[in-house]
Design a protein around this ligand. Structure first.
Ligand code: PLP
Length: 396
C-alpha cells in the first residue's frame, strides 16, 4: 500500500493545543493558547461594523462570479492606504502592487513562493523566537530559515544590538522577516529610531525586508502601528508586506489578508506582480471574495469606518486593561517574581517566562492552556477567569 508508509505529522503547536482544549471536559477550562480576541464575556463576536457591511453586501451583491487573480481592486487600494497612509508617495508613484490573499498565512505563502522562484538568495532570517508557523511556511516554500537574536529571557526584553549584529552576517539578497507591530510571541516591538536603523542596515547590505503585519491597530493604533513599516519603506527601495485582517476585523474564518510588493519603480512593480499572479494561479487560482468585500465596504463608508475604528480601539484597550490587571493580580496572589514587564508588551501576546514544566502543570492540574513556549494570549483573559489563572500560576 502506498499510504501505509505515510508517517504521522506532529500536531501544530498552537492549533493542536486548541484540539486538546476542546476535548477537555473540565468546565472551568481556560484557553490562553491561540491568538483569538475574546470580549469580557469570553466570546469572539462578529464586529457590528462587519455585520452592517454584510447586510449591505447581501442587498447589492449580484454575482458570485470569479474575482481576478489579484482579488477585489477596491480592496487592494484600501489595503495600501492602511499600510502606507493617505497621500503616500510610493503609492502615488505606483511602486506598490497588492494582491488579496487568503489570510496572513496565505499572503506569507504567496510571498515565500514568489521569493523562492524569483530571487537569487533563498535565505530568510526570522527573529528568535517567532510565530511558530513562519519556519513551516518558508521551509515548505523551499527557503532556508536562519535566526537573528531578538529576545533575552533574563531581562524579558529585546537585545537590539544582538539583532543588528546577527543581521550584519546576512548576505546581499537575503530576506529579513520583520513583525510590523505586536511581535508574536514576545509583544516587544522596535522603537522608531530602531526601525530606521534596521531600514538603513537593509539598504547598506542589500537585504530585502518582508513585513508580517497581522496586528495593525492592536498596539497603539492603526496609524501608530504602521510607523515602523513606513519608516523602513522610506529608506529601502524594495520590500514585501504580508498583512492580515483576521484579528483587527475579527474575520478569522473569512481568511482575508493581502500580499503587497514595493519595487524601485512602476515597471519593476508590474513585472514582479505578473510573477505573484502566476504563483497565486498555481496555488488557489483566485481568492474568495467575501472577506475582501467586507473590508472594502467598511473602509469606503465613513460611518462604518468610524464604527470599526471604535470597535478596534475597544479590543485594544480591553487587552491593555487585562495586562495591568494580570500584573496586579499576580502580585496580589503573592507571586514574588516581577511580572511588570507584561504591561510593557504590545498586542495580543505576552511571553510570560513560564517554563514547559509549569505550562504542563497548568494544563494538567488547572485546565489552563498556554503554548509550550510560555506565550500567553492576553486576549483570552477576562475579569472572570483572572483570579483562577493567577492563583494557578502562583501555585506552579
Ligand atoms: N502572522 C502572525 C505573526 C500571526 O500571529 C498570525 C496569526 O496568528 C498570522 C500571521 C496569520 O494570520 P491569518 O490567520 O490571517 O492567516
Amino acid at each position: 500500500m502506498i499510504f501505509s508508509q505515510v508517517s504521522q505529522a506532529p500536531a501544530d503547536p498552537i492549533l493542536g493545543l486548541t484540539d486538546t482544549f476542546k476535548a477537555d471536559n473540565r468546565a472551568h477550562k481556560v484557553n490562553l493558547g491561540v491568538g483569538i480576541y475574546k470580549d469580557e464575556a469570553g466570546q469572539t463576536p462578529v464586529l457590528k461594523s462587519v455585520k452592517k457591511a454584510e447586510a449591505k453586501l447581501l442587498e447589492i451583491e449580484k454575482t458570485k462570479n470569479y474575482l481576478g487573480i489579484e482579488g477585489v481592486q477596491a480592496y487592494n487600494q484600501v489595503v495600501q492606504t492602511l499600510l502606507f497612509g493617505e497621500n503616500s508617495e510610493l503609492v502615488k508613484q505606483h511602486r506598490a502592487v497588492t494582491a488579496q490573499a487568503p489570510g496572513g498565512t496565505g499572503a506569507l505563502r504567496v510571498a515565500a513562493d514568489f521569493l523562492a522562484t524569483n530571487t537569487t538568495s533563498k535565505t530568510i532570517w526570522v527573529s528568535n523566537p517567532t510565530w511558530a508557523n513562519h519556519q513551516n511556511i518558508f521551509e515548505t516554500a523551499g527557503l532556508t530559515v536562519k535566526q537573528y537574536q531578538y529576545y533575552v529571557a533574563a531581562t524579558h526584553d529585546m537585545d537590539f544590538d544582538a539583532m543588528l549584529a546577527d543581521l550584519d552576517q546576512a548576505s546581499a539578497g537575503d530576506i529579513v522577516l520583520l513583525h510590523g507591530c505586536c511581535h508574536n510571541p514576545t509583544g516587544i516591538d522596535l522603537n522608531i529610531e530602531q526601525w530606521k536603523l534596521v531600514g538603513q542596515l537593509c539598504l547598506e547590505k542589500s537585504l530585502l525586508p518582508l513585513f508580517d503585519f497581522a496586528y495593525q491597530g492592536f498596539g497603539a493604533g492603526i496609524e501608530e502601528d504602521a510607523q515602523g513599516l513606513r519608516a523602513v519603506a522610506k529608506v529601502v527601495p524594495e520590500l514585501l508586506i504580508a498583512n492580515s485582517f483576521s484579528k483587527n476585523f475579527g474575520l478569522y474564518n473569512e481568511r482575508i489578508g493581502a500580499v503587497t510588493l514595493v519595487a524601485e519603480d512602476k515597471a519593476t512593480a508590474e513585472r514582479s506582480f505578473s510573477q505573484i499572479k502566476k504563483t497565486i494561479r498555481s496555488n488557489y487560482s483566485n481568492p474568495p471574495a467575501h472577506g475582501g468585500l467586507i473590508v472594502s465596504t467598511i473602509l469606503a463608508d465613513d460611518m462604518l469606518k468610524a464604527e470599526w475604528e471604535a470597535e478596534l480601539a475597544e479590543m485594544r484597550e480591553r487587552i491593555a486593561q487585562m495586562r495591568t490587571l494580570f500584573v496586579d493580580s499576580l502580585k496580589a496572589e503573592g507571586v514574588s517574581q516581577d511580572f511588570s514587564f507584561i504591561s510593557r508588551q504590545n498586542g495580543m501576546f505576552s511571553f510570560s517566562g513560564l517554563n514547559k514544566e509549569q505550562v504542563n502543570r497548568l494544563r494538567d492540574e488547572f485546565a489552563i492552556y498556554i503554548v509550550g513556549s510560555g506565550r500567553i494570549s492576553v486576549a483570552g483573559l477576562t475579569k472572570d477567569n483572572m483570579p483562577a489563572v493567577c492563583k494557578a500560576i502562583a501555585q506552579v
